[in-house]
Design a protein around this ligand. Structure first.
Ligand code: PMP
Length: 310
């Protein structure tokens, strides 16, 4: 359980971070959020937050979609988060949740002329999907929200009703997760993660205009696959049936990390087990986020003071 939260401009005991039932964002979904992970490295006695400034840049952009004008830079929000994590003193993996919201206690649907607030807390966190080497996946009967109605490129609280409909349908039908098609009938992403398929040695992922969240893990995985594994990556539209005949498929995202897809709609993907490219990428991803790959240390922000070794 978290002991602290950043709330109303200061790090406070989490019991003090409470809002009214009249809060605008609670009624109308006029909030936005982020999701980051802190990785504990036991040997180094260090916690690393993955791509903290990139996450806060997207967080502020999500707010922009709701006409929020927050008096913070991404770097300032990153510094607050590192202070918060030092206050918590976690020595285990954790998940960090920044939340922006229209804080007025007022009735009336709109996004302008309202006050914007920011809260941040961090909580110990492990797996998001139980079987990380073989998720059982279906195609959702829902469609992904469309940019013409509710922009999926922002992490807007209201649009997570769409994600929740997708996830619950999948889980109640016995699956771990779902893929969702966009309004054009092409693959968009999972309920809260981006997707890649492998065909003939090429990784393919839907482009940013396919109505998906512009994932930071997605971007990282693209770079790692190309630079470190020599696997080409192509961004293009993917049909539902193309997933069925893929050699490998996986989800990626901050929460899910890198999770192999074993089957889709009861059809095994490739061998029906985690494939070699997914395994290599997944192993590399975990080494990178945990601070075991010097080349990618610039993606990591250490939480605790770094002690010189030797
Ligand atoms: N798509 C959706 C809908 C998500 O909620 C997330 C999780 N933030 C992702 C993709 C993955 O994004 P990221 O890698 O930045 O966590």
């Amino acid at each position: 359980m978290p002991r602290f939260a950043y709330f109303e401009g200061a790090i406070r005991p989490i019991e003090e971070a409470r809002i009214s039932v009249r809060t605008h964002a609670l009624h109308y979904g006029t909030g936005w959020f982020g999701g980051l992970r802190g990785y504990w490295n036991q040997e180094q006695g260090q916690m690393y937050v993955f791509r903290i400034v990139d996450h806060f840049r997207r967080f502020l952009n999500s707010g922009k979609l709701l006409m929020a004008n927050l008096p913070y830079t991404p770097e300032e929000l990153a510094a607050i988060t590192l202070d918060l994590l030092r206050a918590e003193g976690y020595q285990e993996d954790c998940y960090i949740r920044p939340l922006g919201y229209k804080a007025d206690e007022v009735i009336g649907v709109r996004i302008h002329d309202l006050h914007d607030a920011v809260a941040i807390f961090a909580t110990p966190f492990g797996r998001y999907i139980e079987d990380e080497e073989g998720a059982r996946v279906c195609f959702s009967s829902w469609r992904r929200v469309d940019d013409t109605a509710l922009p999926p490129r922002g992490k807007l609280s209201g649009s997570y009703v769409n994600s929740a409909l997708i996830k619950s349908e999948a889980v109640l039908n016995g699956f771990d997760e779902a893929l969702v098609l966009n309004q054009d009938g092409h693959v968009a992403e999972g309920s809260a993660e981006n997707v890649f398929i492998l065909r003939d040695g090429v990784l393919i992922t839907p482009p940013v205009h396919s109505n998906l969240l512009e994932g930071i893990t997605r971007r990282s995985v693209m770079e790692l696959a190309q630079s470190e594994l020599g696997v080409p990556v192509v961004e293009r539209e993917i049909d539902r049936s193309e997933v069925y005949v893929a050699d490998e498929a996986f989800f990626c995202g901050t929460g899910v990390q890198v999770v192999a897809i074993a089957s889709v709609d009861h059809r095994p993907i490739g061998s029906g087990k985690i494939g070699p490219v997914t395994r290599s990428l997944r192993d590399l991803y975990f080494r990178v986020v945990r601070g075991q790959e010097a080349k990618y240390r610039q993606w990591l922000s250490p939480v605790y003071e770094e002690v010189a070794v030797g």
